[in-house]
Design a protein around this ligand. Structure first.
Ligand SMILES: [Zn+2]
Length: 243
């Protein structure tokens, strides 16, 4: 029983094994992040949204999650995306379907590709999306246009803080993204304040009787989202007009 001293693996062998295993795990993890909804684990299908941490979701799954979260006893399975409190915490993504996968028709191949390089989004190389427009492309596509601050797909301008890598695992990157999420939340709050919350009709706040209160809060949030989206969409047009 105990006389198996000769078969004890040396430490460096173990480390090597572990590293190889981690590499494969990480690759599988990245591939999953590029093809499965981070909430439901179901294959990603349009409409797809992304969060500030670079995770991808089916929009439907996020809506279900938000409804559950809003319910009095809900939110039990929500730890993984506690940072998503409303649809303002995600951005609608434009993803290019993989033509090779459609041709094969047997479900092989990555679901999406970079619309610029046509490389598959399978975790093999870094992809990113822009918080401003939601376009998803390979990091290489943006590197090939150095110095520009226009989306390589739709040409809408963006700032350095608007670039979100898809499925990052490095803690440093994740910390930076969390910081950026907090900044965005602050910017939103400041915008909402400057718009004047006093115009809000107080009537909604009196429907404290269960369902009514929730749907009221939901529509208020939707209105706020629409108001927040409005000026952002108008700005580029105004710039074009003046140019
Ligand atoms: Zn774009």
């Amino acid at each position: 029983m105990g006389n198996d001293g000769g078969s004890i693996p040396r430490r460096n062998e173990m480390v090597r094994e572990k590293k190889r295993g981690e590499g494969a795990d990480r690759q599988a993890q990245l591939a999953a992040m590029c093809s499965l909804c981070a909430l439901s684990n179901e294959p990603l299908r349009k409409p797809v949204v992304g969060d500030g941490l670079g995770r991808l979701y089916n929009r439907e799954a996020v809506l279900e999650y938000l409804l559950e979260r809003a319910a009095p006893n809900g939110g039990g399975s929500s730890k993984a995306c506690a940072h998503i409190r409303s649809l303002k915490d995600v951005v609608a993504l434009s993803l290019e379907p993989n033509p090779a996968r459609a041709k094969a028709g047997d479900g092989t191949g990555a679901p999406f590709v970079c619309p610029i390089t046509m490389k598959e989004m399978n975790g093999g190389q870094p992809f990113e999306f822009l918080w401003t427009c939601g376009c998803v492309f390979s990091a290489q596509a943006r590197r090939e246009m150095p110095g520009t601050s226009a989306c390589p797909v739709c040409s809408r301008s963006f700032g350095p803080g608007d670039v979100v890598p898809v499925g990052p695992v490095d803690t440093e990157v994740l910390d930076a993204l969390r910081g950026r999420m907090a900044e965005r939340a602050k910017e939103r709050a400041a915008k909402a304040k400057s718009k004047g919350g006093s115009k809000d009709r107080p009537k909604r706040k009196h429907t404290d009787g269960g369902d009514g209160a929730e749907s009221g809060a939901g529509s208020a949030a939707a209105a706020a989202a629409a108001a927040a989206a409005g000026p952002e969409q108008k700005r580029p047009k105004a710039q074009q007009a003046s140019a």
